[in-house]
Ligand binder design. Structure first.
Ligand code: DNO
Length: 356
């Protein structure tokens, strides 16, 4: 297990690599190049510069989150082949600089979503929350909501070019079923996995967040059956999962611990996002993102870490979204302090499991 921390880059962050370096037991950065438009090839010189900057701070760069998937690939339109070729070149370029894992998602139009990015908790901290009755009735209103709540920060997965054509894209998806989306995924994976195997880069698909359909859009990474289908679609350890405990748990029907255990055992989890959520209304699937500690939320974090540990997990972990605490302001979910607390807690659980 190697503990990491997500960082958006010096031009995108107040948080410094030097700050992250001081978190005990944090070895690596989960990095990105935020400004590269979706679908374009990631240039070698940019990857090299990022790696050198991170290594100069005493940290490693082995995981990229995310290399986003061009909408044409998800839609399965004929132009997809051009974007797939670009993706293969990006995989090769990243491999040349030692990248081992690429996190991505296969959600149409939107990446993750919440209804409140500044939900106040009784202790005075703030966090992200989802209340189904607050869900805007139109995608336009949802986008406005997310942008207004972001406090001037760019949100990962909500890049402007991704949203600029959302009306056309939405109309297109009206006729796309979950099975069509699966077929488009399989086509993409069959095309890129041989490259991944050749250069040693594992693809790690992030589950849908939330793990059910929104605005009638197709979804294909929602539960155990979907993950099983995904892994079998191209049966290679290079076709893996970013096991995000929070996203999977947002559907109370999902048994997160069993899912973590099964897919760790199957050697399909090269990367894990470990966070807790607290249900406020299970039937409505309403929740907020809780501190990582088990007692603060609805998930048993010890059991999750145990499922990883006892099944031979040897991938990368990062704490996931943190609250805003101690007066910090920043990109929702991605402050320094609460994620550092989460990281320390997860390291503590791991030490206990190792010594057991
Ligand atoms: C949200 C993140 C997601 C994740 C992507 C992976 O904070 O967990 O944006 O990075 O879904 O592609």
């Amino acid at each position: 297990m190697e503990m990491t921390f997500r960082w958006y880059g010096a031009n995108e962050e107040k948080i410094k690599l030097e700050d992250i370096r001081q978190i005990p037991g944090c070895k690596g950065i989960v990095g990105t190049l935020m400004d590269i438009p979706v679908g374009e090839v990631w240039p070698k010189e940019r990857i090299k510069a990022l790696k050198e900057e991170i290594e100069a701070a005493g940290l490693t760069l082995k995981v990229i989150e995310s290399v986003n998937i061009h909408e044409d690939i998800k839609m399965g339109v004929p132009t997809h082949d051009k974007w797939i070729e670009n993706y293969k070149t990006t995989i090769r370029n990243l491999a040349e600089y030692g990248i081992e894992v690429i996190c991505y998602n296969f959600m149409p139009v939107f990446d993750w979503l919440k209804t409140d990015l500044d939900f106040k908790l009784p202790d005075g901290s703030s966090t992200l929350s989802f209340v189904s009755s607050d869900m805007p009735t139109s995608p336009e209103a949802l986008i406005q909501n997310m942008e207004a709540g972001a406090d001037g920060f760019s949100l990962p997965g909500w890049e402007p070019e991704r949203l600029s054509q959302f009306k056309e894209v939405f109309a297109f998806y009206k006729n796309v079923t979950d099975d069509d989306l699966r077929a488009n995924f399989k086509y993409f994976m069959e095309a890129i996995i041989p490259t991944c195997e050749e250069v040693g880069v594992k693809m790690a698909c992030h589950p849908d967040d939330p793990p059910y359909s929104v605005f009638g859009l197709p979804r294909m990474v929602k539960n155990r059956e979907d993950l099983d289908w995904m892994c079998n679609a191209v049966d290679s350890p290079y076709n893996g999962i970013t096991l995000c405990t929070g996203s999977i748990a947002e559907d109370p029907a999902n048994d997160v611990v069993a899912i973590v255990a099964e897919f760790t055992k199957r050697n399909r989890i090269p990367f894990a996002h470990v966070r807790n959520i607290k249900f406020t209304n299970v039937a409505a699937k309403d929740f907020y993102e809780a501190p990582h500690l088990s007692s603060e939320g609805s998930l048993d974090m010890y059991a999750i870490m145990q499922a990883l540990h006892d099944n031979g997990f040897d991938g990368y972990i990062r704490p996931d979204h943190g609250r805003m605490i101690w007066g910090e302001t920043g990109r929702p979910g991605y402050g320094l302090y609460d994620r550092a607390l989460g990281l320390s807690y997860l390291n503590g659980l791991w030490e206990a499991l190792e010594k057991k």
